[in-house]
Design a protein. Structure first.
Lengths: 417, 137
């Protein structure tokens, strides 16, 4: 194809988003790419912390970012702006089974491949002089003792640099890390290590009561906050001094409206905030407005970046959202599309990561089934004895009656099904 | 029973898979039908009495450079085609001499050029005042 023709195609392609009045793209700095390993290791362990709240069941996550235009997220190197594509592909899974009475053994694997490349590949990158392609694998084994509501998990993290172009700064990232996670009831402690050095330690207090883990579906206990404190080692990663970060997640209304604030100690202060609305407490769908304070060292400015996003099962759209800014190389100024899907399962409940109640599809079936027996009020709570510590071990027996469920619904619909 | 499972689960799942396959197809191979991911540059010295010694890309702050065409191109000659991963707007530096046989003092000329990728043929001419001018053909 001749160059003229190609340029016509290019222009035509670029007109599509222009027609929607989108401003094009701010370039992503090389510093954000070389700091991405530390950020991704932190993020994966946060996700593992969320999934380990139950310590049982299963979890599946798949996704990749889709940025169709080479001008959308160019790379800002010392030479100027290079056209190309930022990318992130991720997959995660966790599964567990009962090996002895009340004892669950599980395995988990989190994988992410991300960076910037001259082509929008899916498997094989171009690996040009300005590409940065790296992958991160976190794996581990989990052991949950349901009777005491205790989970222990541990494993390794491999940060593997596939290709680094000439323009990137020296990376202060080595290849092999280990991690451990200890949860008791609503409390968990997480550590990330490189050899004998501590990279970070995190204490999480997930105080909010969640129905899927045998808690309440409503009431004052669901308004307790989820707080975590993380200490990052000063010699590690992106920090020049010991840094403490605190996250506060607060249910504002009925486990469908949440506020989140993150704060850095001792010097940096406010880091980010978000207001999130989940139309259903299973968190399959989410609307969020976010605000993040930009980093003076990388962006040269110390201002607030406002943005937001919408998440549906299978796809997520975001503009300037704090999640992308932090986890997608400070991407901003352009619409980000992420094809993604994640689903957690525990005792027959299905929900997205962080969800507090089961997805509506499942809930309706259960409510129907129990309608006759229950006089009024909160049907679900009867299936799940409210005390988390005693319910965990015995619960599966009350819920795994799939056959009965079909039989009952068949009758109600005149036997057509 | 089976037909119920098919209508309730299999069809939506297939639809969702279809949704995921679409961007998969669009990413990668297909975009290379109309997008180039490298620039193949050939330089023609169309001046009458300047010799071009090299063409480099220089960093915006001037602290680094990356050579692209390092070949003496005498008046009327063409360089070999050199592949480079430069797509975007970059500042180039052309080293040249004011002689037909590449002798004499080396001079430098800086210019910001837009490299769109693919085969690019850069013609360097000289204005009457002796200034180098660049044109992609």
């Amino acid at each position: 194809m001749g160059m003229q023709m190609r340029n016509v195609f290019r222009r035509a392609l670029c007109m599509v988003p222009l027609a929607f009045g989108l401003s094009f793209a701010d370039a992503i700095p090389v510093g954000a790419l070389s700091a991405s390993g530390a950020q991704a290791r932190d993020q994966q362990l946060r996700e593992i912390r969320d999934v380990m709240r139950g310590g049982r069941g299963g979890f599946l996550d798949l996704g990749f970012n889709y940025t169709p235009l080479p001008t959308q997220l160019p790379l800002e190197s010392p030479y100027g702006e290079h056209e190309g594509f930022a990318f992130k592909q991720h997959v995660a899974g966790f599964g567990s089974g009962e090996v002895a009475r009340n004892t669950q053994l599980g395995a988990l694997l989190w994988f992410e491949r991300s960076g910037w490349d001259g082509e929008d590949f899916f498997v094989l990158p171009q690996y040009n002089d300005f590409s940065h392609v790296a992958s991160l694998t976190t794996w581990g084994l989990t052991l949950t003792q349901a009777r005491y509501d205790v989970t222990f998990a541990g494993g390794m993290q491999h940060y593997n640099v596939e290709h680094v172009g000439d323009v990137y700064p020296e990376e202060n990232d080595s290849l092999l890390y280990s991690w451990a996670h200890l949860r008791w009831n609503h409390f968990s402690l997480q550590g990330n290590f490189h050899r004998s050095d501590v990279r970070f330690l995190r204490l999480s207090l997930d105080l909010e009561s969640r129905l899927v883990y045998g808690g309440r579906s409503r009431g004052i206990l669901t308004y307790l906050p989820n707080v975590d404190f993380t200490v990052y080692n000063r010699s590690a990663d992106r920090f020049s001094a010991d840094t403490y970060r605190m996250n506060w997640e607060q249910n504002l209304y009925g486990q469908i409206l949440y506020a989140e604030v993150s704060y850095d100690f001792p010097d940096d202060g406010f880091h980010s905030a978000a207001l999130k609305y989940y139309p259903d407490a299973s968190r399959m769908v989410a609307f969020e407005a976010t605000c993040i304070r930009r980093n003076k060292e990388i962006d040269g400015t110390d201002d607030l970046l406002w943005g937001g996003g919408v998440e549906f099962p299978f796809v997520r759209f975001a503009y300037n959202s704090s999640y992308d800014y932090e986890n997608f190389f400070h991407a901003k100024g352009t619409f980000i599309v992420e094809f993604q899907f994640n689903l957690a399962a525990i005792d027959g409940f299905l929900f997205a990561r962080g969800g507090t109640r089961s997805a509506p599809l499942e809930t309706i079936t259960i409510e129907k089934k129990n309608k006759d027996k229950m006089p009024e009020g909160d049907n679900l709570i009867h299936l799940n004895p409210s005390d988390a510590s005693t319910s965990v071990g015995n619960k599966p027996k009350t819920l795994e009656a799939t056959g009965i469920r079909y039989e009952k619904s068949g009758n109600e619909n005149g036997g057509k099904q | 029973m089976i037909s119920r499972i098919v209508t309730k689960w299999v069809r939506p799942l297939l639809a969702c898979c279809g949704l995921l396959v679409l961007p998969l197809v669009l990413s990668g191979c297909l975009s290379h039908w109309f997008l180039e991911s490298e620039t193949r540059l050939q330089l023609e010295n169309a001046t009458e009495d300047y010799s071009i010694l090299s063409l480099d890309v220089v960093a915006l702050d001037g602290n680094a450079y990356s050579s692209w065409i390092s070949e003496t191109v005498l008046p009327g000659e063409r360089s070999r085609v050199e592949e480079g991963d430069w797509i975007g707007e970059f500042k180039i530096r052309v080293k040249y001499t004011e002689s037909k046989d590449a002798s004499g003092d080396t001079l430098e000329d800086y210019r910001v050029l837009d490299f769109e990728g693919g085969s690019m043929y850069l013609q360097v001419t000289a204005s009457k005042k002796g200034k180098l001018e660049y044109k992609f053909r």
